[in-house]
Design a binder for this molecule. Sequence first.
Ligand code: GBH
Length: 514
Amino acid sequence: MIGSQFLLLFVQLVELLWWSTAIQLNPSRFPRDFLFGTATSAYQVEGAWNVSGKGESIWDHLTHNYPSLIRDQSNGDVACNSYYKMEEDLKILKDLGVDFYRFSISWTRLLPTGYSTYINKDGFQYYNKLLDLLKKNDIKAMVTIYHWDLPQSLQEYGGWTNSSIIDVYVEYARVVFELFGDRVHTWITFNEPFQICVEGYGVAAKAPAWNDSGISDYICGYNLLRAHAKAFHLYNNTYRRVQKAKIGITVQAPWAEPATSSEGDVQAANRLMQFYFGWFTHPIYKGDYPETMKSHIAFRSALEGYNSSRLPQFTSEEIEYIKGTSDFFGLNHYTSIMAAELPSDMPVVPGTSIANDINLTYYYDESWPSDTNWLKVVPWGLEKLLLFIKEEYDNPDIYITENGYADQGTLNDNTRLTYYRDYLNATLNAMAQGASVKVYTAWTLMDNFEWMAGYTEKFGIVHVDYESENRTRTYKRSAYFMKHVFKKRRITGFRNRSGKLKTGDGPEAFSVSE
Ligand code: GBH
């Protein structure tokens, strides 16, 4: 009798031990305080481009005046019509079970002239109501202050290439802190500075579509970093004590894999990442631009006959002012690329451009799956990138503020579903090796206006019917999968013990072939 009780106790103890190690080692579960959400941006979803006094943005201007620059000549005039569908979208967010929703404020909806001298009542009411509804539904708000839709009025005198924009931006930031800060959990000052500056002012791949590579893009970066730092300090000094939000910047970072293990290729891959995001994160986390960026631009500038580097220099006061101005490392990640050095006997390529400054070649590995010409599925790239950020920037908290997959919009989106599963798994792997990832955001809540690609590339976990006036929303398989992830905080476990597919949460979601 006593013997069998001991045996039972022993078995229970062993079982307990097994479970505790199993839970610790289980790489498929996210910590309790980890936050999950989905993201959108104003111009990509809102529509209502000119209602109730909204001013013109550079995206309104570009799509209306140069429609041929957009792959399907479309625009964001209506987009998902989210301006009129707030309640419906809130229901979806609630049903998906997100911890937070990331959205951006349209500068010209709130301040039609670009300046803080006049606040548009309608714009105030729209974001005010959105924040109230999120709060009522217990969904935290992650708000992007600037997601690319600059007031056209400010572009008229040079936009981000004119340093007087710094104070205009900071006044806009002051208005949003003042009006909305009591309900915001996380502020993002800028979404993707490289894309704003290089694609906007260097290579004409985003509004305002300037072609001034190697000059205006660097000037833009210089102004943007100072605007970011000034907005951070404003928040820090005036609002943080009461409002208690986190504030930071979000960069877009690919993982660059060296083509071979040669010193030259390893350096090329590193250089690519330093130019793509170190440009912004090095000044913020370590002070000043990355060394390789400074030396490469100085070298090319001299070669091209400029009497100083085209990269604007920070004063030592500015270096100190910018350093430390982010509470987290905001990361948008989609894909990886291969990088290699150029052959040493290659003749010098003439002309001023950021490409000539970076001085390398890159390509996609043919084995990487894809439904578009750029977004290749490479989950291990995210794992390596997260560990690179951990090492390079002294283990900052990392907020993944965008991650997602593009296809042509099928409901049966198994590739997107497995992309999410495998990138989340890569995130867990990096976390198991010490990367401090705290937040994961799926880009995007619903199919929307994909900038120069118009409506030809779809990123939504929710499908939007662009044939219907109602812009009907329908869950894709990936939405059911993400709902499972948001609720259970793990990427496995959607089969029952006997291996059968579980039903109840939308069985389609769980029919991925493994
Ligand atoms: C982010 O940009 C944006 O924050 C978001 O608004 C956007 O919807 C999302 O990601 C998806 O793209 O066709 O070969 O010329 C990502 C940066 C830069 C990625 C342009 C795609 C086009 C490659 N994007 N790039 S190509």
